[in-house]
Structure formats: C-alpha cells, structure tokens
Design a protein around this ligand. Structure first.
Ligand SMILES: O=c1ccn([C@@H]2O[C@H](COP(=O)(O)O)[C@@H](O)[C@H]2O)c(=O)[nH]1
Length: 237
C-alpha cells in the first residue's frame, strides 16, 4: 500500500493474532507490525503465517548491538521476505551500515527483496525532559531527531521512526523519498498510555508522514475493524 497504516500486532501468541485478523473481511489489504512480544514467542513461523494471508509485514525488532552482531542478525532477518525492519540509530553509523549489509546478504541468499531499513530515532515515549535529564542529550528533541535521521540517511537507511512532532523539520532537511514512519498515533478520544510525543492520524498526514503505526487503539477496541476504519479514514483523508 502506498500510504500504509501499520497495525501493531502486540499480542502474545499466534492464536490471539489469528482471532484478531479473522475479524477483517480481507486481511491481505492490511500492513501489520510484528514486534518483540510476538516474535519472541512465535518466532519466524508468524512471518510465514502472515505472508500466507497476504499482509505487508513490518518486523520491528529494533536491533542495537555491535556492528558484527547486527550484520549477522540482519542476514537472518533478510531471508524472511518482510517489507520493513528496524534498528536503533543510537548504535551509530557503523552499526547502521552493518545492518544494511546484513539485510542485503540475507535477501540475496533467499532470493527475496531486501526490506526497507528504518532507524529508530528517539522513541515516541521519550519526553523532552527525559532526553535532557536521563539521556543527557546535548541537543533539544527536534535537533536530536534530525541529527539521527541525517546520520541514518548517510549510513544507507531507507527511513526513520520518529514522532509526528518532528515531521516538519525532517521534511525540510531530508530527501523526498526518505521514509518517515510514525507511531504515537492517537485520536482525541483514545488513551495515550505510555506514549508522550503523540499526534492524530490527520495531523501526521498533514505534516508529511509516509506511514503511521497504530496498536492499542485498534487491537484493544471493542470493535477493531470499526476502529481500523476510523483511523484509516482520518489518515487517508
Ligand atoms: O518510537 C517508537 C518506536 C516503536 N513504537 C512501536 O509502535 C507501536 C505503538 O503501539 P501503540 O499501542 O499504538 O502505542 C508499539 O508496537 C511500539 O513498540 C513506538 O510506539 N514508538
């Protein structure tokens, strides 16, 4: 899909994912995100299952380790045939380059397309205060996210994970085809939970997000399909 709404499948097993997806008339139109909670329990079999359903897949494992370890891990991930993967930008440019190399090695080995590599800048749960007082970052949030995004671009990443609040700055400085994938998405009536840098789907669209990630407002809704339509309508405009 050109402008995906990625549903975060933050469930603890395949049975829960199946029950959720079976509510949708056509799961093949969905883009879904598999994170640590689900992948650590279900393993690569979950990817096989989602591919059979025809979903586009974002594998969000946020790798963060020394370059050699990240290269080897990404060489495994690159064989899975997923569409997007994540790495932490704070691991530095050598680690980001190693991530890209690993993905290309794995994808070539399996004869599949390499996924888009997205670097997490500052998590959307991080506030300005935490950035300053706990991470001891020298830069304010906008500049910090921009600096990490520019490093990610130069290291060969295809895009970043950021909040909607940095989109205007990022769009002014990064190439037009660089991907900005935005979690921390909430409509006014929905609880923010642990998310701090939050915006609505229509605000993210107006500010130039290329994709949004929505989890609990859809997965925990009493009618997830209706919630998905509500977010899609606001996002697609
Ligand atoms: O900065 C980040 C990076 C990743 N996420 C992930 O997105 C979803 C958001 O779920 P909600 O339930 O809509 O809050 C979740 O899987 C996170 O791991 C993020 O929120 N922020």
């Amino acid at each position: 899909m050109e402008k995906p709404l990625m549903i975060a499948l933050d469930f603890d097993d395949l049975a829960a994912v199946t029950a959720f997806l079976d509510r949708f008339p056509d799961p093949s139109q969905l883009t879904v995100k598999v994170g640590m909670e689900l992948f650590y329990q279900a393993g690569p079999a979950i990817i096989t299952d989602l591919k059979k359903r025809g979903c586009d897949i974002f594998l969000d494992l946020k790798l963060f380790d020394i370059p050699n370890t990240v290269r080897q891990a990404m060489a495994q991930i690159g064989q899975l045939g997923v569409d997007y993967v994540t790495v932490h930008s704070l691991g530095g440019s050598a680690m980001l380059k190693a991530a890209k190399e690993g993905l290309e090695i794995g994808a070539a080995k399996a004869g599949v397309d390499a996924p888009a590599l997205l670097a997490v800048t500052e998590l959307t749960s991080i506030s300005d205060e935490v950035l300053k007082n706990e991470q001891h970052a020298a830069l304010p949030m906008q500049d910090q996210v921009l600096a990490l995004a520019q490093m990610a671009d130069q290291a060969g990443c295809d895009g970043v994970i950021c909040s909607a609040l940095e989109l205007t700055t990022l769009n002014a400085h990064l190439r037009p085809d660089f991907l900005f994938v935005v979690p921390g998405i909430r409509m006014q009536e929905d609880q923010t939970g642990d998310q701090v840098r939050v915006a609505s789907p229509d605000q993210a669209a107006a500010d130039g997000a290329k994709a949004i990630v929505v989890g609990r407002p859809i997965t925990k809704a009493s009618d997830p399909v209706a919630a998905w339509h509500r977010y899609q309508n606001a996002w697609q405009g």
